[in-house]
Write a protein that binds this ligand. Structure first.
Ligand code: GLC
Ligand code: CA
Length: 560
């Protein structure tokens, strides 16, 4: 049993089953957070060594991206064993220690669960390969015969999310289905053994003290693969209305009803948040208390820094939350997208054929090695700070991605030889992938690997990281780090009911709202200053001068 001294920042974790509703959740990407043994890979003891930093930042919970044994073909989202720790990242004892330390500092722990697919290194998949066609072991995955005279053509022309065919042939001639990388075979969720095993995993981590789960691609688990299988064109033409063969099927909710029963075995009940890329009208299904309880909304990841878009997104998602009874979630960055300080310094998001902004925003800039279109880094940071302070004032929970509290930018010029993301390899030349937001954090401006570790970093950090190092911003008035610290501390004081009333904007570029207790949040999205609303200034994303709210700035006020 680990004993830990109480922390000066500790908050009481004993009560409040609803802790998650308005929590600030900080996403740690373990391989890129802090390295304690000098092998260039971040590790669990590295996170433990930085718990004081997280407590001082003021976050309520930490979400750990996968740390399980993995070939790291997809940054750990290819899990070889759901109930262990990758030996390169540490041990189960290290995890116990991390959980104990976080709890001692009043911080909850959320772990990532990846149920759609395993790694091809998982014992089950190895068994399936060895056992051959028709075996029970193959029934845990999705194996089919090929087409063409000798079965050498894939069962369908479907493409994987990461590019290329969604089918891979094994040595005896059968094919298996993989929505993502070839190293990520999809599980067969119609198989009771698969379902039971995940319940065991949920209990395994809940018993170790984990408070909640982030559920990877929660909308893809169940499938209807009855013959004849549709072609890619037919598949693409099908409505995604609960009956689509692959995406967001109604019957996935049966899985989550079973999970809910497990979560509710614990006190307080374990929580979950769905990573579900579904039509907004379907979000309440995942977010309801009978299902996972909360779902990400990724609308702000896709939006421009634009008053009209932000206002609409907030209104829509508060309405959806009211429908499900859950709280909503706000996200500007995560490990899958170009960092928002960079997105906001580029021309507005590219639009897809349907007029919606595309998630690949910034890819063109990445492909040019960061040369075109020109990045206005300063403007990007200014807007990023304003957007973050806007988001932190909203009702619901806020998910932060490691490094955004430093104002960190995307890294564009990673040498091809260092790239790791399967999207880079599977879409040759079309998509540069997600390595640029996964470069190890800068802790100090002048040490080896900027204090990440003594043995370098698994993705090279550029020179300019020095400017964003924790020790370069710590205690510096006006730094992004100090802004986040101040905002999180204030949020704790001010946070009350999940309500908001819009206040009249003085122009179309201004969005303002008031929370119960006279907490007013106003953002000027425009390029011209506007009059500062009345009230006592609590914090602002940019230095205020006189009675003006500058361009691209958010202010929190207490109404007089
Ligand atoms: C999710 C993860 C992403 C991963 C994919 C496949 O979208 O966020 O990083 O590549 O699932 O597991
Ligand atoms: Ca290490």
């Amino acid at each position: 049993m680990t004993t830990v001294a109480p922390s000066p920042h500790a908050r009481d974790l004993s009560d409040a089953p609803d802790w998650w509703r308005q929590a600030v959740v900080y996403q740690v990407y373990p391989r890129s957070f802090a390295d304690t043994n000098g092998d260039g890979l971040g590790d669990i003891p590295g996170i433990t060594s930085r718990v004081a930093y997280l407590a001082e930042l003021g976050v309520d919970a930490v979400w750990l991206s996968p740390f399980y044994p993995s070939a790291l073909a997809d940054g750990g989202y290819d899990v070889a064993d759901y109930r262990d720790v990758d030996p390169r990242l540490g041990t189960l004892a290290d995890m116990d220690e991390l959980i104990a330390q976080l709890h001692a500092h009043g911080i909850r722990v959320v772990v990532d669960i990846v149920p759609n697919h395993t790694s091809d290194k998982h014992a089950w998949f190895q068994e399936a390969l060895a056992a051959g066609r028709g075996s029970a072991a193959r029934e845990r995955y999705i194996f089919r015969e090929g087409t063409g005279p000798d079965g050498s053509e894939p069962p369908t022309d479907w493409v994987s999310v990461f590019g290329g065919s969604a089918w891979e042939r094994v040595s005896d001639g059968q094919w298996y289905f993989h929505n993502f990388d070839v190293s990520q075979p999809d599980l067969n969720w119609a198989n009771p053994e698969v379902r039971a095993d995940f319940l065991t995993t949920l209990r395994f981590w809940s018993d170790r003290g984990v408070d909640g789960f982030r559920v990877d691609v929660a909308h893809m688990l169940t499938k209807d693969l009855s013959e004849p299988l549709p072609s890619r064109a037919e598949l693409d033409a099908m409505p995604i209305d609960g009956n689509h063969p692959l995406i967001d099927r109604d019957d996935v909710q049966e899985v989550y009803a079973e999970w809910r029963a497990v979560f509710d075995e614990y006190d307080p009940p374990r929580t979950a948040v769905a990573e579900a890329w579904v039509h907004p009208s379907r979000v309440p299904l995942y977010a309801s208390a009978a299902s996972l309880g909360q779902s990400f909304n990724f609308d702000l990841l896709e939006a421009d820094f634009d008053a009209g878009q932000f206002r609409r997104i907030v209104a829509d998602n508060l309405a959806l939350a009211a429908e499900s009874g859950s709280s909503t979630t706000w996200v500007l960055s995560n490990h899958d997208v170009v960092r928002h300080a960079t997105r906001y310094g580029l021309p507005d998001a590219e639009r897809g054929a349907d007029g919606r902004p595309t998630l690949k925003h910034g890819n063109e800039w990445l492909l040019s090695g960061g040369r075109t279109p020109a990045l206005d880094a300063e403007r990007g940071e200014r807007r990023a700070r304003a957007a973050a302070l806007f988001l932190l004032g909203l009702p619901g929970s806020a998910y932060l991605y490691q490094g955004e509290e430093l104002g960190l930018h995307e890294v564009a010029d990673i040498p091809d030889a260092e790239r790791q993301d399967p999207t880079f390899f599977r879409s040759p030349g079309v998509d540069l992938g997600r390595d640029g937001c996964r470069v190890p954090l800068p802790w100090t401006a002048s040490d080896t690997a900027f204090g990440f570790g003594t043995g370098g970093a698994h993705l090279s950090q550029p020179e300019w990281f020095a400017r964003y190092a924790v020790d370069a911003e710590d205690g510096v008035p006006g730094s992004t780090l100090e802004l986040y610290r101040r905002a999180l501390a204030l949020r704790h004081e001010l946070q009350t009911a999940e309500e908001l009333a819009w206040t009249d904007g003085s122009s179309d570029d201004v969005v303002g709202f008031e929370r119960p207790g006279g907490w007013v949040v106003v953002t000027n999205f425009g390029a011209e200053p506007v009059a500062l609303p009345a009230g006592e200034v609590l914090v602002s994303s940019r230095l205020l001068e006189g009675d003006e709210l500058p361009a691209e700035t958010t202010v929190w006020l207490r109404r007089a």
